[in-house]
Ligand binder design. Structure first.
Ligand code: GLY
Ligand code: MN
Ligand code: MN
Length: 441
């Protein structure tokens, strides 16, 4: 099965340790279970930084990375084996198996964490952790520091410097390894085929949540039981609500439907948007607007290469959107003036794209030393221009209530990009051909 080898997780820990100050320690917390209602929990999702460094998928665990003058050590604390709890809540790996299977230098049950942390963190100069990410984790760290300060002054010492561990982990996560790209290629392929399934199923009278169910069925049947975010299925004017997730309306003939959905495979997100006609045929006004968005996306793609910039991609897209809106009579005036005023932004309210990885809006600074960061090989990002003309907009009648976004996932390669989501039909001809070939239920 395609998965990240435990040796790659270990190599990530070693790379992180190599960047830490000497005589330092890092604490990385796993996620906890989150209550959904009364005594039920949401499906568990690991903290992405913790997962990136461990591949360990249980709640409540803690990773400790220690950098002494001479050597570096990685230690896991995980839930203690507990036959009774495991009958009710599921199997636990336990510290013994965690150490050998996940290649830690040592692993201990969580029941021993307080004493062990006092011993291991004592006399370190620098403590790294994700400050402010979780009130519970902040409290645990500050309690530890207070205990170290209050201990016998001759035997213990609290670190005097706190540093943010994310400034070291996130640049690592931003550049994907060949194995991560292979997994993302598959995540994107599963998501892409889910979109094709939804296109084939769509018909007037079906509901938005049934379309979502088609996508989710496909994801699960292909090894990706979770979505990377709540699927957006917006028919008609609902497409103009950028984060619409109610998905409760019925699909009407003559409207478009916008689907923004992606699975999560081996922890990695796909994030695809397609917009298509519910009855299988674009009307002339929908088609005209669609071509503008598609051409804007293709223009933006040309900036995706090492040394390129997301702002360049955005500018290229905005030029095409502005020209198109002028031609259709939705914007009026002079092209240069409209560009200077960013007039198209009233119909394109979001950015051109974002990093993609273990998180759908993945980590990594977009600026370095206050300068925009250039694209580099191994980055994965979305390109997702859109036009959103609400039914209340002051535009020619035929364009009202049309929302269109087209979103693909690109990996930056040595000389350009690979479109990981190319499988989903995107031109009008391709979309209509697929929809009309389907046997509608
Ligand atoms: N699905 C969220 C986004 O496209 O950014
Ligand atoms: Mn999206
Ligand atoms: Mn996106």
């Amino acid at each position: 099965m395609l998965e990240i080898a435990k040796s790659e997780f270990k190599a990530r820990r070693e790379r992180l340790l190599s960047q830490m100050d000497s005589n330092s320690v890092a604490i990385v917390f796993a996620a906890n279970e989150v209550t959904r209602s009364r005594d039920t929990e949401f499906t568990f999702r690991q903290n992405s930084d913790f997962y990136y460094l461990t591949g360990f998928n249980e709640p409540d665990a803690v990773l400790l990375l220690i950098k002494d003058k001479q050597h570096s050590t990685s230690i896991l604390f995980c839930l203690d084996k507990d036959p009774q709890a495991e009958i009710w809540h599921g199997r636990r790996i336990g510290s013994k198996k965690a150490k050998t299977d996940y290649l830690f230098d040592a692993a201990h049950g969580l029941s021993s964490i307080n004493d062990k942390l006092l011993e291991l963190v004592s006399a370190k100069q620098v403590l790294y952790f994700a400050q402010g990410e979780s009130a519970a984790c902040d409290k645990q760290v500050f309690t530890l520091l207070a205990e170290l300060r209050n201990k016998d002054k001759k035997t213990a010492n609290a670190p005097s410097t706190l540093k943010d561990i994310r400034t070291l982990i996130h640049p690592m996560r931003l550049i994907k390894s060949p194995n991560e790209i292979s997994i993302m290629r598959l995540s994107c392929e599963i998501a892409a085929n889910g979109h094709k399934r939804a296109m084939c199923f769509a018909h007037p009278g079906a509901s938005e949540f049934q379309l979502a169910a088609e996508l989710h069925h496909h994801y699960a049947m292909h090894g990706a039981p979770q979505t990377a975010y709540a699927s957006i299925v917006g028919a008609g004017d609902n497409a103009n609500i950028l984060h619409y997730t109610n998905n409760s309306d019925v699909l009407n003939s003559g409207d478009l439907v916008l689907i923004d959905s992606g699975c999560e495979f081996q922890g990695y997100a796909a994030d695809i948007t397609r917009t298509f006609p519910i009855n299988g045929q674009f009307n002339p006004w929908q088609a005209a607007l669609y071509e503008v968005v598609l051409n804007a996306q293709l223009a933006a793609f040309s900036a995706i290469k090492p040394g390129g910039y997301l702002s360049q991609a955005n500018m290229l897209a905005m030029q095409v959107l502005t020209q198109g809106l002028l031609k259709l009579g939705i914007l009026k005036g002079n092209f240069e003036d409209l560009m200077a005023q960013q007039a198209c932004k009233q119909f394109y309210m979001h950015g051109i794209g974002h990093w993609l990885g273990l998180d759908v809006h993945d980590v990594g600074d977009y600026k370095q030393e206050n300068q925009e960061r250039a694209l580099a090989q191994g980055m994965v990002l979305t390109i997702e221009p859109g036009l959103y003309i609400s039914k209340d907009a002051n535009v020619p009648e035929h364009y009202k209530g049309i929302g269109i976004r087209i979103e693909d996932n690109l990996v930056v390669c040595a000389t350009g990009y690979e479109n990981l989501t190319h499988h989903v039909p995107k031109t009008i001809a391709e979309i209509e051909a697929l929809m009309n070939s389907a046997n509608k239920s």
